[in-house]
Design a protein around this ligand. Structure first.
Ligand code: ADP
Ligand code: GN1
Ligand code: MG
Length: 367
């Protein structure tokens, strides 16, 4: 989204930043919010911040969302202090406005927030070193355990039915029927691939309803670029992008990491024949995640981990294709067929998981 200079100036002036603002540039590769890095010059040196315009078309209750973020980060800060960690780097830290609020609503009607910039750590868009992926699995597993004591009742559901795949399917079918951009005819193969897997889409939600999988507090968007890896120690330092923390299933957090990180192709690779599941990466992530969960997953959850990976990939492919059919209004795109390329890498990965299904199950069995 186009953001006017005047709005940025108004927003920057409203937060309690240290020193003088010397720079403000777009930052990162998230698909949802508008993110900027803000540089400030203080008497002691430089202080950087992350400034974000929350996407309130997607997050319809930005105030409830910020209540979640401030509640969860406050809760994590306590746990980190108890463990002798550094809460300024190991969790997100909200910087208040000059009026002491955790967000600012601009005169344009946009909602903004500021975090301390975490220095000396990196968000990767692809696995460079398998050790990083192991670390991220451990951290996401541990994160879920930490949040096990968080009062779930206090959480706003920031996007209702977020990983309710059958409900995503209903939206997908509607997009096909409405065909507002006249694109349906050109993607028949992709549509059919998804529709052929309708039965799978119910697997997790049916088990949840039957009480066979427990509802937990989950992150729900566990891709690799939502975790910061320390540049020096190589350890997972901080889990970010807390907008979708809601009650959910553990297998979704596992699955979304696999979808993104264990794919041999990047999410938007144009040559989608490269989309394949790396079994060594699946293995190392599963090891990390299960260690991070410290024995607290039920037998049914463990058994359903491969299905979590398949479901998250299928669902994400269907969401990208829905957005393509609806005219690219949800995910940020950088080129005309970006969402279609993303769809194809997801579907390619699903097909490959089906080929490797027995090996995936054996890996989980091993741990
Ligand atoms: P989106 O919801 O759009 O994905 P994110 O909250 O994930 O937005 O932020 C986008 C990117 O900005 C991240 O992938 C990361 O590179 C960077 N980022 C976010 N928060 C911080 C932070 N506190 N310190 C340093 N970098 C950050
Ligand atoms: C979005 O916000 P970001 O870029 O980390 C999306 C996820 C998708 C992901 C696909 C709130 O994540 O659900 O899996 O893109 N987030 C939201 O890359 O819809
Ligand atoms: Mg993100």
């Amino acid at each position: 989204m186009e953001i006017k200079r005047e709005e940025l100036q108004e927003v920057l002036a409203s937060f309690a930043l240290a020193g003088e603002v010397t720079g403000c540039e777009r930052y990162g590769s998230g698909h949802i919010n508008d993110t900027f890095r803000v540089a400030c010059q203080t008497e002691e040196g430089n202080q950087n911040y992350i400034l974000q315009r929350m996407n309130h078309e997607i997050f319809k209750d930005p105030v409830g969302l910020m209540k979640n973020v401030s509640g969860v980060t406050g809760f994590l800060r306590e746990r980190i202090l108890e463990n002798g960690g550094d809460p300024n780097r190991e969790t997100l830290n909200l910087v208040p406005t000059k009026d002491g609020e955790v967000y600012y609503k601009s005169s344009e009607g946009n909602y903004w927030r500021v975090y301390l910039f975490i220095e000396g750590a990196t968000c990767y868009d692809a696995v460079k070193d398998p050790k990083d992926f192991y670390q991220s699995g451990k951290a996401f597993g541990h994160f879920q355990q930490l949040l096990a004591d968080y009062p779930a009742k206090e959480l706003t559901e920031t996007i209702p039915h977020f990983h309710d795949t059958p409900s995503r399917l209903v939206t997908f079918k509607k997009a096909i029927e409405e065909d507002v951009c006249g694109r349906t005819a050109s993607v028949q193969g992709e549509i059919q691939f998804i529709l052929d897997r309708e039965a799978d889409m119910h697997a997790a939600m049916d088990m949840l309803e039957a009480g066979e999988l427990p509802l937990r507090v989950t992150h729900n968007d566990t891709k690799l670029n939502n975790i910061m890896i320390d540049d020096v120690t190589g350890e997972a330092l901080c889990i970010i992008d807390l907008d979708t923390i809601m009650p959910g299933l553990s297998i979704f957090d596992f699955g979304d990491s696999i979808r993104f990180g264990a794919n041999m192709a990047e999410e938007d690779e144009k040559d989608y024949s490269k989309a394949k599941l790396s079994l060594p990466l699946f293995d190392i992530y599963a090891k990390g995640f299960l260690e991070g969960c410290a024995g607290r997953l039920t037998e049914a959850e463990k058994r359903m981990l491969p299905m979590g990976a398949k479901l998250m990939t299928l669902e994400c492919g269907m969401r990208f294709l829905t957005d393509y059919l609806q005219g690219d209004t949800y995910f940020h795109i950088a080129r005309p067929e970006h969402n279609l390329d993303r769809t194809r890498t997801q579907l390619g990965l699903v097909a490959d998981m089906e080929e490797k299904w027995d090996e995936m199950a054996e890996i989980i069995e091993k741990y």
